[in-house]
Each structure stands twice: as C-alpha cells, then as structure tokens.
Design a protein around this ligand. Structure first.
Ligand SMILES: CC(C)(COP(=O)(O)OP(=O)(O)OC[C@H]1O[C@@H](n2cnc3c(N)ncnc32)[C@H](O)[C@@H]1OP(=O)(O)O)[C@@H](O)C(=O)NCCC(=O)NCCS
Length: 226
C-alpha cells in the first residue's frame, strides 16, 4: 500500500540538467533526451510491505541510518566502498542527507530505508540513483540488509515493493543492479526478482578499497511497452 503525503512538483529545468549530467551516453550518441516534463515524486513516500515500512531517507532518520551503517560495518565491508571514521559520524550523515535531498528534489535519486513494524530499527536500505528520463528511463539500485535480518527473505520483500514504486510511480523502464561475482546472496536475490544478466564489467567499482569486476544485470518494466 502506498501513501503519498506532501506532493511536490519537480522543476523541469533542474531535471533536464541533472539528467544530462547523469546520462552515460557514448560520444557517438549525443544527449537528445526527450525528457518527461511533468512527473511527480511525492516528498514523503510510505510503502507497507508484509513485515516492513519503507520510507524515504530524511533528516529525522539521520541517527538511525548512522547506527545501521555503524552496527553493520563488518557485514557490509566486503561489498561496499571503504568507509573512513567520518562516514560513521552523525554530522556526516546529516550532510549526506542534505545532499541526497537536493538530488531527490531534482528527481535523480530516491533512497528508501525499510523499518521494522515498530519503526525503531532499520532492517535494510535500497537506493535508486542516476535516475534518467527521456529515451533511457533508467536508474541504478544499491541495497543491503542488516546482518541479523539476512537470509530471511527481507531483501526480496523490500526490493519487490521499492521496484514496483519506481516502475509505477517514477516511470522507470529499466532498473540496473551490479554485483561482485562472489556475492552469491546478491545474485540469488536479483535472480528471484527477475533481473537478467547483461554483461561483465572488469574493474568496475572501487569496493572495499580495490577496483573489482562486476556482473551487470537489469530488470525491465513490463508496463512501459515495447
Ligand atoms: C545481498 C543481501 C542484500 C541479501 O539480503 P537478504 O535479505 O539476505 O536476501 P533474501 O533473504 O531476500 O535472499 C537471499 C538469497 O540468498 C540465498 N542465500 C542465503 N544464504 C546464502 C549463501 N550463504 N550463499 C548463497 N546464497 C545464499 C537465499 O536462499 C536467497 O535466495 P532465494 O530467494 O533464491 O532463496 C544481504 O546479504 C546483504 O545485505 N549483504 C551485504 C551487502 C550486499 O552484498 N549488498 C549488495 C551489493 S551488490
């Protein structure tokens, strides 16, 4: 169930410039984006899943998010960029969230935290970034689940709901997710969600302090036609 609270118009010009900035076109394919001019993302999104509530990242969740990353530091370290001391401070998270709110307002990112039913704890997170409209209508997704909630089907539950939102309300045609070949859990969850392998990128992302190969996958929105 999806509730929209404060609905907010996105600014077309901001969207166009952000989209151009984020579109990874080849030199032979100049950026000719026929941008969707008037889509709306509500400022507060609240999605109920069977065991969680997904809400968008906001300043009020800064401490909770900082705690999530701090408590799961060892669990996440193999699969995420190297994090310094500052990353786990409240000040840094307030800054990250401010930056995120700018990208949310310009329509290029939507970040969800999945809360337990009493809303006292983060079960997992999923972040949609590099949102581009026009002829591409695509974005990337990154995700994680707290160590103590791993292998209980939470990521499948969270991503199912979040991707449905991104397809139906943001109008994405393609969601891209990439993982290190050794990340069997990530491979399994993407496979179950219907992501298909599209390629293998050498030295793709700097994870845990070193450039690592990734398997590239995508899920296509069946609702956006042929
Ligand atoms: C990857 C991650 C998000 C999966 O979350 P999760 O809630 O455990 O995922 P689910 O329980 O929904 O699904 C896990 C899948 O892995 C499978 N699995 C569980 N343990 C496994 C193991 N040791 N090896 C391989 N597969 C395993 C499960 O059977 C399940 O597959 P299925 O749905 O086909 O049965 C979580 O492990 C995590 O946060 N890892 C650290 C961060 C990370 O890797 N992020 C992704 C970067 S690409």
């Amino acid at each position: 169930m999806i509730n929209h609270h404060l609905s907010q118009d996105l600014h077309r010009n901001q969207l166009r410039s952000e989209a151009n900035k984020n579109f990874q076109g080849t030199p032979a394919a100049p950026l000719k984006l026929a941008l969707c001019a008037s889509y709306k993302i509500p400022k507060m999104i609240n999605i109920q899943t069977e065991r969680t509530t997904l809400v968008t990242l906001s300043k009020s969740s800064a401490e909770m998010v900082r705690n999530y990353y701090f408590e799961n530091k060892a669990h996440l370290s193999l699969w995420e960029p190297a994090r310094d001391y500052e990353f786990h401070t409240l000040e840094k998270w307030q800054e990250f969230i401010s930056e995120y709110e700018d990208s949310f307002n310009s329509g290029t990112a939507v970040k969800f935290i999945a809360l337990n039913k009493t809303k006292t704890e983060i079960i997992g997170v999923c972040n949609f970034s590099n949102i581009v409209h026009g002829v591409f209508q695509a974005c990337n997704v990154g995700y994680s689940v707290a160590k103590k909630y791993e292998s209980q089907g939470y990521m499948y539950e969270i991503l199912s709901a979040a991707i449905k939102y991104i397809f139906e309300f943001v109008g994405m045609h393609r969601v891209m997710a990439n993982y290190i070949p050794e990340n069997d859990r990530s491979a399994a969850v993407l496979n179950r969600l219907g992501f298909e392998k599209e390629g293998y990128a050498k030295s793709y992302l700097k994870i845990n302090g070193k450039w690592q190969d990734h398997i590239l996958t995508s899920k296509i929105n069946p609702g956006t036609g042929t």
